[in-house]
Design a protein around this ligand. Structure first.
Ligand code: SAH
Length: 313
């Protein structure tokens, strides 16, 4: 139903913001092909770099502002995690540049991407830098923005739905629930060198955060799980691993902290994946809405009341 609704949006083009002079000619050639609701959309002048979050994967989770930028851009510099179906929504004639980059690669490549953004801006292009999820959440958007500031390049930022929140929502896991947690911590399992970040205070993390949402954690899961257990977290605590969240090939593995690394390997859980530790994972037993829409009944209407967290092993 939703897909049909999206398709229905391919109709009479609108141009925004109102073009003037030479831009008028360009705008008439570059008419966007998906209508956006009338709104005072931000301008995308030549030379501007627009850092935009594309969300976790499902194209419908793109923001309207991101779609607006997509339809105005001359060139889109995109990451590996950006769904190509989203790129299909660009206007005809917009060039694509792949800045493929996965966690753990040397940071020199990041420098190349930032320099390329500066170069394209200086050529007078309207540059869309499209990143998976939110550009400022483990997405190096902050570094790119700093490089642009230093180079005197004008830019703007559009946030996106981050995988560690929106991806878990698709798996029926709320990152906060009043019965479980008043804090949540986001963690990356990789630093610039590709290793588990050394500055993490595991003791403080284990004690201070009932729910821990981990990005890029599959590779180092054995080490991460060991650190958390050594710092006092219970091996029986619930863990969910959600790969390709929000996409048709999404997979969710429910396990425990003690078994997570072995289970991830055994079930072939691959990146991109989010690992969530904490009792909110139990909530999936009642609010796995995707499962329920497919006709699977809830497994437990009130998991925590029944001691679900303790039973999780
Ligand atoms: N800026 C992104 C994160 C980039 S780091 C964001 O806000 O979501 C890349 C990591 O994000 C992946 O290794 C994985 O941990 C996570 N990720 C991104 N998309 C994902 C998806 N569709 N499903 C599960 N995890 C995802």
């Amino acid at each position: 139903m939703r897909r049909n609704h999206l398709r229905a949006e391919y109709r009479a083009p609108t141009v925004s913001p109102l073009p003037r002079g030479a831009d008028m000619v360009r705008a008439m050639i570059d008419t966007p092909h998906i209508a956006l609701p009338p709104h005072d959309w931000p301008a995308f002048p030549p030379g501007l770099v627009w850092l935009v979050g594309a969300g976790p994967g499902e194209p419908g989770l793109l923001t309207l502002e991101a779609l607006h930028a997509l339809q105005q851009a001359d060139v889109i510099v995109h990451d590996a995690l950006v769904n190509t179906r989203i790129l299909d929504w660009r206007r005809p004639g917009t060039r694509l540049e792949y800045a493929g980059k996965r966690g753990g690669k040397p940071s020199a490549k990041q420098r190349d991407i930032s320099l390329r953004l500066i170069e394209l801006s200086r050529q007078g292009q309207r540059v869309l830098r499209l990143k998976g999820g939110d550009p400022f959440v483990f997405g190096r958007g902050g570094e790119e923005a700093q490089t642009l500031v230093r180079a005197g390049v004008p830019f703007r930022v559009t946030p996106g739905i981050t995988a560690g929140i929106g991806g878990l929502a698709h798996a029926g896991i709320p990152v906060t629930h009043r019965d479980v947690n008043h804090t949540v911590t986001f963690l990356t399992g990789h630093d610039q060198t590709g290793l588990t970040p050394t500055e993490i205070n595991w003791e403080a993390l284990a004690k201070g955060s009932p729910v821990i949402v981990m990005y890029m954690a599959i590779k180092h899961l054995p080490r991460i799980a060991d650190e958390l257990m050594a710092a006092g977290r219970n091996a029986a605590e619930s863990v969910a691993i959600v790969s390709n969240a929000t996409l048709p090939q999404m997979r969710v593995l429910e396990t425990t902290l003690g078994a997570a690394a072995v289970d991830a390997e055994r079930h072939g859980m691959e990146a991109p994946a989010i690992v969530c530790l904490g009792s909110v994972v139990e909530m999936r037993k009642s609010i796995d809405w995707l499962g329920q829409l497919r006709g699977e009944p809830p497994r437990d209407l009130d998991p925590l009341q029944r001691g679900g967290a303790a039973e999780a092993s």
